[in-house]
Design a protein around this ligand. Structure first.
Ligand SMILES: Nc1ncnc2c1ncn2[C@@H]1O[C@H](COP(=O)(O)OP(=O)(O)OP(=O)(O)O)[C@@H](O)[C@H]1O
Length: 729
């Protein structure tokens, strides 16, 4: 065994040097050699004759820790951001412009007010002149001297007064004479306009002199917003009123809430950095936003606690806006008037509490939107579809299952596939489209797999690949409003669920994006296979924890991410999770009404026309509708081919009979091999919850055998179930 320690190293080095010295001059200075040892070894002189003892394994001095202080920005954030600087400058210019306009329009009012006040002004001026000439201000002093019978002082004051009065009377007389002369000259020599202007100036000046002290001439053009300043006392009081155990017990122990940075202005509101007591998390506070707002005496829509990114869970940023988030003015959406987009880039679609833009990247995601009715879910879905419409490469599929036509502005202008309503034919159209999409998904996975690594390094579509028309990997964006109609459909529900789950799981990498909106987020209307795999999540107001977690992900509610805290007035406000592992944030989506939606979609249409990419429904060409498979009802057909006297049949027998019944629909099945026939039947029955099993039967040759087959009673059960649902619906 070869143990090797730092001590060994030191000894080896010592002996190496001794050997070298001996070789040089034959004399060894042992003490010198020891003293020259590595500085990291400590030398202790313990009086030992052999020389001082040497400690080995002495640790090297630890480097001084560099404190991880947070440096506060030299320039405020609004000075560095072009957009914010523009907002601030626009604000100042707007305020000034408003003030000027406000007063300009009131000039006649001000002039007439001054004219009314001018007689009083004239009287005040005459009175002042009279008092000045007669030295009235000295009168109280003289009276006091007379009262105290101070003759000397009285005489002195009287003399001074006589002098003053004489001088001032002279000045007044001269001024009157010259004034009169000047007036006559002016009257004779100047034009009437000048005279009128002068007269007006005199009247206005007299009006100013005649102003009553309690009535200002002009009012305020801008009344300051009344949101009071946020102070640390307010924050502490509000936090202590939440009834959070950790805060209350910390208070009794004397430790409390601290503020690592001063409370300051941040955008249109106040920002407080708060260090919560040990063991209290920001999530605890976020779950009690309503109580916090009450504690701060502010509207709920202005109070936004959030976790400071990258810090410990007790470090909170409390942002208190001047205005309710849902009511504050939103900046104009950059895409409202002009521009197209690249769907692979982040695109602004909403603002945060501070009015800053929040982006969404629509590629490589599958998204769900949930909310109670009338909160803006459809508008939000339409907004995302409008963004997609602005990338001319994107192929849109829009389904408005409520049937009110909210998606028509997009659908009619640009969609490759579009339908509003939930009639049988709408559903047939949709299922045919979804089947096509599933086939397309499979084609795309194969194309991507076949691409060389340097062209497709991450095994997913890139913007460049999407540009390549030959590969046909352009973005496909499917938007479905009220998607529960599909999943609860008695006939195709299972198939819709199967295809959509596949699209949610495998679609994103292949450039297929599925966006589903529902007003009833529960396991039936939003199957868990879909909700669990969605990446983009948008939750407007919901009523309970279950719906909240369904849309925002498991245990979101427990973490304080609660869309239940939105009020009925918070239309368009949503919790937004924009990517895998992204933090939830509250956003206010851009509001685009129907006429504007139409104008934006028209822009998307024109861009497609220019690029020669307008296809399908909006293109009105041969591919205007999906190639619907002949309408057939598998369950009814099965009952038709399985007589009541044949409770169980082999799958291959069924396939042969189905092919005979409807060659168009089932013909291809008959061409499959024996095993594939059974698989085909199994796959086709899966959406109805029917499984195939081993069935006893006899071959044509009369030989008995067990093979895969179908039980007729199960088909009957499924049909009865379906009819029941259909009647209820
Ligand atoms: N971003 C927004 N900002 C302000 N108001 C909005 C916003 N989005 C929608 N609204 C308002 O909310 C109303 C309801 O919107 P929308 O029709 O999208 O609701 P919904 O949740 O789809 O309702 P339903 O469940 O009945 O379909 C709209 O009429 C609109 O005026």
């Amino acid at each position: 065994m070869n143990h090797h320690t730092p001590g060994d190293d030191a000894e080896n080095e010592l002996f190496a040097r001794l050997a070298a010295e001996m070789a040089e001059d034959g004399v060894v200075d042992l003490a010198k050699a020891r003293a020259e040892r590595r500085p990291t070894t400590a030398v202790l002189d313990d009086g030992d004759e052999d020389g001082p003892s040497v400690y080995v394994d002495q640790p090297a001095p630890a480097p001084l820790p560099v404190p991880e202080d947070t440096r506060r920005p030299i320039l405020p954030a609004w000075l560095l951001s072009k957009a914010e600087l523009r907002t601030q400058l626009a604000y100042v210019a707007g305020q000034m412009g408003h003030t000027v306009a406000y007063h300009a329009i009131r000039t006649p009012l001000y002039a007439s007010r001054l004219a009314v006040r001018s007689p009083r002004g004239a009287a005040r001026v005459m009175n002042f002149l009279g008092r000045w000439t007669s030295d009235a201000e000295g009168q109280p002093l003289r009276a006091a001297a007379a009262r105290r019978e101070d003759a000397e002082l009285y005489l002195k004051l009287s003399r001074q007064r006589d002098g003053r009065v004489r001088l001032r009377t002279l000045i007044s007389l001269l001024a009157s004479v010259f004034g009169l002369a000047a007036a006559i000259v002016l009257l004779v020599m100047t034009s009437t306009a000048t005279l009128l202007a002068l007269a007006a100036a005199v009247v206005l000046a007299l009006g100013v002199a005649g102003a009553p002290a309690d009535e200002p001439l002009i009012g305020r053009a801008v009344v300051k917003a009344k949101a009071p300043k946020l102070t640390s006392d307010m924050v502490v009081r509000a936090l202590e009123s939440l009834g959070i155990g950790g805060i209350t017990s910390a208070k009794t122990k004397g430790s409390s809430i601290t503020f690592p940075a001063p409370i300051m202005r941040d955008g249109p509101g106040w920002r407080a950095d708060v260090e919560l007591p040990h063991g209290v998390t920001v999530a605890d506070v976020m779950g009690r936003r309503g109580q916090l707002a009450s504690g701060l005496r502010r509207p709920v829509g202005t109070v936004w606690p959030e976790q400071k990114a990258g810090d410990h869970p007790g470090r909170m940023i409390l942002w208190v806006g001047d205005q309710d988030m849902a009511k504050a003015k939103q900046p104009a959406w950059p895409l409202a008037r002009k521009g197209t987009v690249d769907l692979f880039d982040p695109i602004a679609f909403a603002t945060d509490q501070r009015g800053n833009w929040v982006n969404v990247t629509l590629m490589f995601i599958a998204g769900i939107i949930g909310a109670v009715p009338r909160m803006g879910k459809t508008f939000l879905l339409r907004l995302l579809m409008l963004i997609a419409a602005l990338d001319p490469r994107a192929e849109l599929h829009t389904y408005d299952l409520k049937g009110t036509g909210d998606l028509d502005p997009v659908g009619e202008k640009v969609s490759h596939r579009h339908r509003a309503g939930d009639d049988d034919e709408d559903i047939e159209y949709a299922i045919a489209d979804m089947r096509e999409l599933r086939a397309e998904l499979r084609r795309r996975t194969k194309v991507i797999r076949s691409l060389p690594r340097d062209v497709c390094p991450e095994s997913k579509v890139t913007s460049k690949l999407a540009d390549n028309k030959a590969l046909r990997l352009h973005p496909i964006v499917v938007g479905v409003d009220e998607c529960q109609v599909w999943f609860e459909h008695p006939k195709y529900g299972g198939e819709f669920e199967e295809i959509c789950t596949d699209l949610v799981k495998r679609g994103p990498a292949t450039g297929i994006v599925l966006l589903l909106a529902t007003q009833r987020p529960d396991a039936k209307s939003l199957p868990t296979g879909i909700s669990a795999n969605a990446i983009l999540r948008l939750c407007l107001k919901v009523m309970g924890q279950v719906e909240n977690d369904m849309v925002l992900g498991t245990s979101a509610y427990k973490q304080g991410i609660r869309a239940t805290t939105f009020t009925r007035d918070d239309k368009g406000l949503a919790y937004f999770i924009g990517g895998e592992g992204a933090d939830a944030q509250i956003v206010r989506s851009v509001f685009v009404d129907a006429p504007n939606a139409e104008a934006i979609a028209q822009r998307g249409r024109e861009a497609r026309e220019q690029a020669g990419l307008l296809t399908g429904h909006a293109g009105g060409g041969q591919d205007a509708a999906p190639a619907t498979a002949p309408a057939y009802d598998l369950l009814a057909d099965l009952l038709a081919v399985m007589g009541p006297d044949e409770p169980k049949l082999w799958s291959e027998t069924i396939v042969a009979r189905l092919a005979e019944l409807r060659p168009d629909a089932y013909g291809p099945w008959a061409g499959l091999e024996g095993r594939a026939k059974a698989d085909q039947i199994a796959t086709a029955l899966k959406p109805y919850g029917i499984t195939t099993g081993q069935v006893w039967g006899t071959t044509d040759a009369g030989k008995g055998a067990n093979r895969r087959g179908v039980d007729r009673t199960e088909i009957l059960k499924a049909v009865t179930e379906r009819d029941k649902k259909r009647d209820a619906g």
